[in-house]
Design a protein around this ligand. Structure first.
Ligand code: NAP
Length: 267
């Protein structure tokens, strides 16, 4: 049977999800997609582009899944209260994509009779890569959400304590930063930028594919590639001296801490 989806907040992330749901219509049939969004312009854009239906805080619809997709600094508790007032816990599963906002905080407003799933959605939806992290409350089961979540990438069901860590760890931004620096390195050494970019992207994809095929950690391949006194080990020494690994690790830790702080400060 086709599902009804209801999004509260129609920004970048729900838009990527809606786009994926429309694309995967054969695997996950959807009847209606409702979007409750403050900005009229945004709401009109979604309706025109993805055939969604504009909803308001007064809308009462028969939704299988309601997705809370406002920002942590928005009135998340107010949104949860409004869900409790007009949806039916026997029918509707509540999914929150709000970074850092815990299941316990949602249950405190909704009540414990609700099926609640907290996810950190995959942002590489359009290229079919990447994982969403998902955590279920005591009432929810995988069957409530699995078909929906699989429309936008692979899903990892994890304990909730891992969700903030995945939020800080997984966005592709860190890869974009690396490629940016890598392309600039080629240009600094004298390559034209288009050649540096072509080589950098193919090396990244090829290196990743090779690691997957070999099913080993990078250190195994580095030990093979870095011969005594050679070019590879010289490069490794320079990276170590400049704190390359520590820079990446610090950036991820800071992102995880920021996620938790945003959630803790949310209403
Ligand atoms: N973007 C990502 O890559 C990503 C990844 C993982 C998780 N997330 C999470 O996903 C959530 C949404 O992120 P986003 O990037 O889509 O944010 P966004 O583009 O800033 O969109 C948020 C939208 O929600 C609207 N809004 C705020 N309060 C509302 C309410 N009470 N009812 C209806 N609409 C409301 C906002 O309108 P106004 O601007 O007019 O206030 C805005 O259009 C966040 O909690 C974020 O932590 C995002």
């Amino acid at each position: 049977m086709a599902a009804n989806l209801y999004f509260i907040g129609g920004g970048n992330m729900p838009t990527a999800i809606i786009e994926a749901v429309r694309r995967k219509a054969d695997a996950y049939p959807v009847d209606h997609i409702y979007v409750e969004e403050i900005s009229q312009e945004r709401s009109d854009y979604l309706a025109a582009t993805y055939n969604t239906e504009a909803a308001t805080p007064n809308s009462r619809v028969d939704a299988d899944i309601v997705v809370i997709a406002v920002r942590p600094q928005d009135d998340v508790a107010g949104v949860a209260k409004s869900i409790a007032d007009r949806f039916d816990p026997a029918k509707t599963t509540v999914i929150s994509i709000v970074a850092g906002y815990t299941i316990a905080k949602l249950e405190a407003v909704l009540g414990e009779q609700w099926r609640v799933v907290r996810i950190i959605p995959n942002t590489l939806t359009t290229v079919d890569y990447g994982y969403s992290g998902a955590s279920l409350n005591a009432k929810a089961s995988k069957d409530d959400v699995d078909a929906f979540l699989n429309t936008f990438g692979k899903v990892l069901y994890v304990e909730e304590r891992l969700i903030d860590i995945i939020t800080g760890f997984y966005p592709p931004n860190i890869v974009y930063h690396f490629i940016d620096a890598y392309v600039d390195a080629g240009v600094l050494a004298g390559l034209p930028r288009d050649i540096a970019k072509a080589i950098a992207l193919d090396t990244l994809i090829g290196g990743t594919e090779f690691l997957k095929q070999k099913d080993v950690l990078p250190q195994v391949l580095l030990n093979i590639n870095n011969s005594p006194g050679g070019v590879g080990i010289t490069q490794a020494y320079t990276l170590n001296k400049t704190g390359f690994a520590a820079a990446i690790q610090s950036a991820v830790l800071a992102a995880v801490e920021r996620t938790t702080a945003l959630g803790s400060n949310s209403k």
